[in-house]
Design a protein around this ligand. Structure first.
Ligand SMILES: [Cu+2]
Length: 365
């Protein structure tokens, strides 16, 4: 079942851009996207901030986290036609292609009864939006790092090679590991120094949506990309609600702007799903700020927090995800269309120049 879901997810990810473009070419999706995505604009704020006279280039390529924030008007004349043009250009560019893709499933080797993985940490440049390259720190050249998926009770071995110019260590966030495997330098292990390696080994428990990330200079290392999803499938699959596809949505902020799975809008990736299917969301926040994720058009039924099933699932349309938290939800995809899916701290999502950062779309066909 896990394999099926993997293949499904991968397929949907690979084909979503193609399908989006195809329907757009047929003249179907673009008006729908325009309508759906325009629904979250805040024109008054935008107009006020538009008067700052920031150049389009500065707006599209600013990596700064606050560069898009609506600020007090500093004089000048707003040009609503120009604002409309920039808003439209952003939506038309979506989903924009960029180099590099994070969160790719990593296959283990079976070695001495363990699922063995290798992660290599490097400094690199990462294209977070079209043409915008940022300094990143990455596992296996991906931001977020590769997705590791195991089954509850599996013996997991991860060999970490540090090819960066500073030390590091990995914390297995949400896993009940032996103390020595917890990944906190000078508390549970020596740092993994430049050029050296360290091997983590533990049994995967508990099940659920978990994460791994640097616990050394983390405010820089994790926020620059040393993070990833660590998903533990339950041995008894009936503990999960039924679902057809899943969407791992990793949030990050600061150095790379506001990102979903390592990319900012319009380079974020939509998910396309058939009407009537159930989509499982695995939200993870690896950033330094809270991000209330808001889906248009359909509610989410939240059933687990930090991997632990809730005593009572609840419905919402905006789910606040704090740093370190994971939330699991089911979306009953019963409302066709292109639906904006974005952080509702609006300074993380939309400004006078249009949408940016933590914005993507759920496309129900
Ligand atoms: Cu946010």
């Amino acid at each position: 079942m896990g394999k099926e879901i993997d293949a499904h997810l991968l397929l949907s990810q690979l084909s979503s851009r193609r399908r989006f473009l195809r329907t757009a070419a047929a003249g179907l999706a673009v008006p729908a996207a325009g309508v759906a995505l325009a629904g979250c604009s805040s024109s008054a704020e935008g107009a006020a901030a538009g008067a700052q006279g920031m150049s389009e280039d500065a707006a599209l390529h600013s990596g700064g986290t606050m560069a898009h924030a609506p600020a007090a008007a500093s004089g000048g004349t707003k040009d609503w036609r120009e604002m409309d043009r920039m808003h439209e250009a952003g939506v038309r560019a979506f989903p924009a292609s960029t180099q590099g893709k994070g969160n790719q499933p990593l296959e283990p080797k079976l070695v001495r009864g363990a699922k063995e993985y290798e992660l290599t940490c490097t400094n690199m440049k990462w294209e977070v939006e079209p043409g915008k390259w940022v300094d990143a720190m990455a596992y296996n050249g991906q931001v977020p790092g590769p997705l590791i998926r195991v089954t509850e009770g599996d013996l997991v071995r991860v060999i970490v090679h540090n090819e960066m110019d500073e030390s590091t260590a990995i914390h297995w966030h949400g896993q009940d590991v032996p103390n020595a495997m917890d990944g906190v330098p000078f508390i549970t292990q020596p740092p993994i120094t430049p050029g050296s390696s360290f091997t983590y080994e533990f049994r995967a428990t508990p099940f659920g949506s978990h994460m791994y990330h640097s616990h050394y200079n983390a405010a820089e290392q994790t926020l620059k990309g040393l993070l990833g999803a660590f998903i533990v499938m339950p041995r008894n699959r009936s503990v999960d609600p039924a679902y057809d596809e899943e969407w791992v949505m990793i949030l990050n902020d600061m150095y790379h702007g506001y990102t979903i799975n390592g990319k900012g809008f319009p380079a974020t990736e939509p998910v396309t799903i058939r009407r009537g299917k159930k989509l499982r969301m695995r939200f993870m926040n690896e950033g330094a700020m809270i991000h209330p994720m808001h889906l248009h058009g359909m509610p989410m039924e939240v059933f687990a927090r930090d991997g632990y099933p809730l005593p009572q699932p609840f419905k919402c349309d905006t789910l606040n995800i704090a740093p370190g938290e994971r939330w699991d939800a089911i979306i009953d995809c019963n409302n066709p269309g292109v639906w904006a899916f974005h952080c509702h701290i609006l300074t993380h999502a939309e400004g006078p120049h249009g949408m940016f950062g933590m914005v993507t779309a759920l496309i129900v066909e």
